[in-house]
Design a protein around this ligand. Structure first.
Ligand SMILES: C=CC1=C(C)c2cc3[nH]c(cc4nc(cc5[nH]c(cc1n2)c(C)c5CCC(=O)O)C(CCC(=O)O)=C4C)c(C)c3C=C
Ligand SMILES: [Fe+2]
Length: 479
């Protein structure tokens, strides 16, 4: 079914190919499907009532494919994906519904991290309490919080060891604040005055705090920029769901024009910045052409991709293809491989696993290896502890002699400039998010369903909590 009238977006040809609506509820996100989206707007809209869709064409292993889109019904939030380069001069800002004077805000979304060792368990609780991180069947969703409590307590000791090894806390807050400041300056140098806010999903400053500040400042047009290059339900998807809940419930926010940049790994500025960092590190090897380029991405459970339609793996493969293409254009033809790190819990995660591949490469006689963290743009526990300490040790034990790691993009000027361009390109398509609808969760409130849920859930909880295998899997895997 096509829903052409919501906010008039789909009836406006300007928006038809590259704009989307996203649902806020976790149950809806769990039910989402991805459909193939064509640049032909008629095809797109007949397949998906509304869609979340990267505008570029996917290229994996050299094969041209159509990009994936996020097909949703009962949708509330509008997300936009912008293409091409639009200079500020070329930007036509639509008159916002609120006020005369334009006040642009940019909201950077990130994960957040514990600042002290005492923060670790409550941080882990917030993370595991997220229904986009532990995806329980609807019937058992009321168990989310007790399960989060249990898992966070079980995992905290191992996690604390990791944070202790990198100085007693996560560097994410400081790095993200620095990126926000650098982005503000880059926007200013391009002629756009703005406020840049940081909203973390699991620790301070929480997304909710950032949104309150946005309201206090009277922002009239907002660009939401998740600091994850590739989209995953567990990262960008989760943060956007939280935003949508807030925007749905608030009069001011529901009419604020907003543009969400869902993923940006395919931007030329990002690809070139990554290639620059890789090229620079390769040149430090005594035999640069012999070093294997080892992309290590944060994993997600396989079910996200195969059951829930998370585009993360496709986007990751496409991203690696684009970086390698750029390196080849520079005459760099090193071998490369992609593996996934940081698995947690008892389920299957995306393969191949980084630790297993490192051992195999060592056994196969690879002598020089350049590790490239690729799913995140700041240094964090998984680069500083997992890659620099655990994986390095494993690689050396496995026979790899020369080990190096590419730094995260951080404040790399070409990268920050590109983020500024992405913001400027996204501004014109900002549109109010809210369309009233009843969520499927509203239907859950009848007492019989509630009773059945509690009863069956209690039985499941009993078995879950007593399973030693499950307990060990959270204590041991990953990080
Ligand atoms: C693109 C990046 C990330 C994806 C995808 C992702 C999914 C994901 N993560 C967990 C569980 C944990 N993640 C933890 C830390 C953490 N995760 C990311 C990024 C992604 N996560 C980052 C950048 C960080 C580090 C933050 C910091 O403090 O520096 C942790 C805590 C660390 C620990 O040692 O325990 C957990 C746990 C799941 C389950 C998941 C997908 C479902
Ligand atoms: Fe994670």
């Amino acid at each position: 079914m096509i829903a052409p009238s919501i906010n008039g977006v789909l009836s406006n040809p300007r928006f038809q190919s590259f704009h989307s609506k996203i649902s806020p509820s976790s149950s809806e996100i769990r039910n989402l499907t991805y459909v193939t989206c064509h640049s032909d707007s008629n095809k797109s809209t007949s397949q998906a009532s509304l869609f979340l869709c990267p505008a570029s064409t996917n290229r994996t292993n050299g094969v041209l494919r159509s990009p994936f889109c996020w097909d949703r019904r009962n949708l509330i939030g509008q997300a936009s994906y912008s293409v091409g380069t639009t200079t500020l001069d070329g930007v036509h800002l639509e008159t916002p519904s609120h006020v005369g004077e334009e006040k642009v805000g940019v909201l950077l979304l990130n994960l957040g991290g514990p600042e002290t060792l005492n923060d670790v368990q409550p941080f882990l609780f917030n993370l595991f309490a997220d229904p986009d991180i532990i995806r329980l069947p609807r019937l058992f969703q009321f168990l989310q919080q007790p399960l989060a409590k249990l898992i966070s307590v079980l995992r905290a000791p191992k996690s604390k060891e990791g944070y202790a090894a990198i100085g007693g806390g996560s560097p994410l807050r400081k790095i993200t604040d620095d990126q926000a400041l650098a982005l503000k300056k880059a926007l200013e140098s391009k002629g756009l005055s703005s406020n840049v806010y940081v909203g973390m999903r699991y620790w301070y400053p929480f997304t909710e705090e950032a949104v309150e500040q946005i309201k206090r400042d009277g922002v009239t047009r907002l660009v939401v920029l998740p600091l994850y290059p590739q989209f995953s339900i567990s990262t960008t998807g989760s943060s956007i769901r939280v935003l949508q809940q807030m925007f749905r419930e608030d009069e001011y926010l529901s009419s604020l024009p907003v543009s969400v940049i869902n993923s940006w790994y395919q931007r030329e500025g990002y690809i070139k910045s990554m290639a620059d960092l890789i090229e620079k590190e390769l040149m430090r090897f005594s035999g640069p052409e012999e070093a294997m380029i080892f992309f290590s991405a944060h994993g997600v459970p396989v079910s996200y991709v195969e059951d829930a339609g998370d585009p993360y793996r496709d986007q990751m493969e496409d991203c690696i293809f684009l970086i390698m293409q750029e390196l080849k254009a520079r005459g760099i033809n090193n071998e490369h491989t992609l593996a996934y790190q940081s698995r947690v819990g008892p389920v299957q995660w995306l393969k191949p696993y980084t630790d297993e591949v490192l051992v195999e490469l060592g056994q196969k006689g690879v002598k020089s290896l350049l590790a490239v963290p690729v799913s995140f743009v700041s240094e964090h526990i998984e680069t500083l502890e997992e890659i620099d300490m655990e994986y390095k040790e494993l690689a050396l034990e496995s026979g790899i002699k020369n080990w190096a790691r590419v730094p995260a993009l951080g404040l790399t000027p070409s990268f920050i400039t590109d983020l500024a361009d992405a913001v400027i390109e996204a501004l014109p398509s900002a549109t109010a998010l809210y369309a009233p609808t009843s969520t499927s969760e509203d239907l859950d409130q009848d007492p019989i369903t509630y009773f059945i849920k509690i009863f069956l859930g209690s039985i499941l909880a009993f078995f879950l909590f007593l399973s030693p295998k499950l307990i060990m899997s959270f204590k041991n895997h990953g990080f």
